[in-house]
Design a binder for this molecule. Structure first.
Ligand SMILES: [Zn+2]
Length: 505
């Protein structure tokens, strides 16, 4: 009887979810107001009241956001224009007393984030930016609801997003809330460029001032990065990918530098005068690692509270390792630059005492307690995760006589977890790693991830033909002298320039 009740209530929730649909009209026509006025129309609501919430966090950045602080001026009316009562029912929730299944909730979203927007919204004289989780409420229990977004823009402004276009200009459609908020929207006066690699269309949208030379250089870098990432993963899981670039001034570089990953787009806050390749490679590789190859809790998402996994080191650190490999394999960096970059990271870790107190798994699990989305207890999972990815790759190459590598692990994980397939269990990476290695790798893996033991540099690197030389606080990573034939083969294949010139296509 108990089982029956549970099954019945699940069925009712699914039924209700399937009926709900939402439509957001975003009024951005008054840039001087520095806010968006959003009309959220809900169709298919059930019962006499409906609760709507704003996310507690933004996928890709593991801290609690305070998006509710940017929302104001709530009102609601039914399909006949009659006012309905709206009450705040929780820190991030509002309840509308709807008498019918269709109603409209209207509210303002502050659009004052600096640096052209990133985690929140921005509206300025010539551009605007909408990061979905900070702007779009969801119907509680209705995350599967499809939605439509319609934009009201100043004259001559355009919009671009990774979301599928709707039927009218400046409108978009999403199959569910996850997709809606995974697709940031850029609006304004901007230039869009595109290039095609193996049938995949890459677009580059830049906001901010840029010389033609800088624009051409960034585009060239994006072409190299995109092509090499696709080569590593054997194609792309999207037909179109959008780079949204906010070109900030050098003075703002330290404050606003960063990127945020999405399924088929990314937003990069970057400054002129620097190479954008490293940041772009990191965010693009996330389209595989964390957007598709992901822990179970990272899609579908629970936006109401923090979600914990011990695998953020893999999501972030291993993505960063691939960003470095992409630069090296595309020829944008030399092997020497690649090795000295790894050595700098090793120096950072070895000079950090937190490595003997905090495991990589705990650094991931407890990141929410720090308010800084890079680790816990002083151990940065980008840093140690990157080095661990490097050691896992080298170990696998040595064990298999260079027939297997971490690339094979990534491809296997992609096969297993590409949505709509579910994300991996907490031990999913170890399972795939052992499978590719052809042996149980638990002892090696647990030492790297779940212990505070020193990393086994010499044991892993020497058979591969690399040596780590320490002098004081500095570290140097270099090819060993007198490599034997097998060691030479390892190294050449690993960081080689894969001849990824985009114009070779
Ligand atoms: Zn990242």
């Amino acid at each position: 009887m108990k089982t029956f009740v549970v099954v019945l209530s699940v069925a009712l929730v699914l039924f209700a979810d399937a009926q709900v649909r939402t439509e957001y009209t975003v009024d951005a026509s008054q840039p001087a107001s520095r806010r968006f006025r959003i009309e959220m129309r809900v169709y298919g609501a059930e019962g006499e009241s409906t609760t709507l919430s704003i996310p507690a966090w933004c996928p890709g950045w593991y801290i609690i956001q305070r998006y509710e602080q940017g929302l104001s001026n709530f009102s609601a009316n039914d399909a006949n224009g009659e006012a309905l009562s709206v009450t705040q029912s929780g820190l991030r929730s509002w309840r509308v007393a709807n008498k019918s299944e269709t109603f409209t909730l209207t509210y303002d979203v502050a659009a004052r984030e600096l640096g052209y927007g990133f985690f929140k919204c921005y509206l300025g004289p010539a551009s605007g930016f909408i990061n979905g989780p900070s702007a779009f409420l969801y119907v509680d229990g209705g995350l599967n609801a499809p939605s439509e977004v319609k934009l009201r823009l100043p004259q001559d402004w355009a919009s671009v997003s990774g979301m599928a276009p709707g039927e009218t200009p400046n409108s978009y459609r999403a199959v569910n809330y996850d997709e809606l908020v995974d697709c940031p929207i850029e609006i304004g006066l901007f230039r869009l460029e595109s290039f095609i690699i193996d049938g995949v269309r890459f677009e580059m949208c830049v906001t901010g001032s840029l010389t033609p030379e800088q624009r051409a250089e960034w585009r060239r870098e994006l072409e190299f990065v995109s092509k090499t990432a696709m080569q590593i993963m054997g194609g792309a899981p999207f037909r179109r990918y959008l780079y949204i670039i906010h070109a900030i001034g050098p003075a703002d570089f330290a404050n606003f530098y960063g990127g945020l990953e999405h399924m088929n787009s990314t937003v990069l806050n970057f400054s002129v005068g620097h190479s954008i390749a490293g940041l772009a490679a990191h965010e693009l590789f996330h389209a595989w690692n964390v957007k598709r190859i992901r822990p179970k809790v990272l899609g579908p998402f629970d936006y109401s509270k923090e979600v914990r996994t011990e695998n953020l080191w893999f999501a972030e650190g291993v993505t960063e390792y691939y960003a470095r490999l992409i630069l090296s394999r595309s020829g944008l960096e030399t092997e020497e630059q690649f090795l000295s970059g790894l050595a700098a990271d090793i120096a950072e870790l070895q000079n950090n005492r937190a490595r003997s107190r905090v495991t990589l798994a705990d650094s991931s699990l407890k990141v929410w307690e720090t308010g800084d989305s890079s680790g816990f207890g002083g151990l940065n999972y980008y840093n140690k995760g990157m080095i661990v990815g490097f050691l896992m790759d080298v170990k696998l190459r040595t064990l298999s006589d260079n027939k297997k590598s971490l690339d094979d692990v990534m491809k296997l994980l992609m096969q297993r977890h590409n949505p709509p397939k579910p994300g991996y269990d907490e031990d999913g990476i170890l399972k795939a790693y052992s499978e590719i290695a052809g042996q149980d790798m638990a002892s090696f893996y647990n030492k790297l991830i779940r212990s505070t033991d020193e990393l086994p540099y010499d044991e892993v690197l020497k058979p591969f033909g690399l040596e780590l030389v320490r002098s004081g606080r500095a570290y140097q990573l270099k090819r060993m002298a007198d490599l034997n034939e097998r060691q030479s083969l390892h190294i050449v294949d690993w960081a080689k320039n894969a001849n990824a010139r985009p114009d070779d296509r």
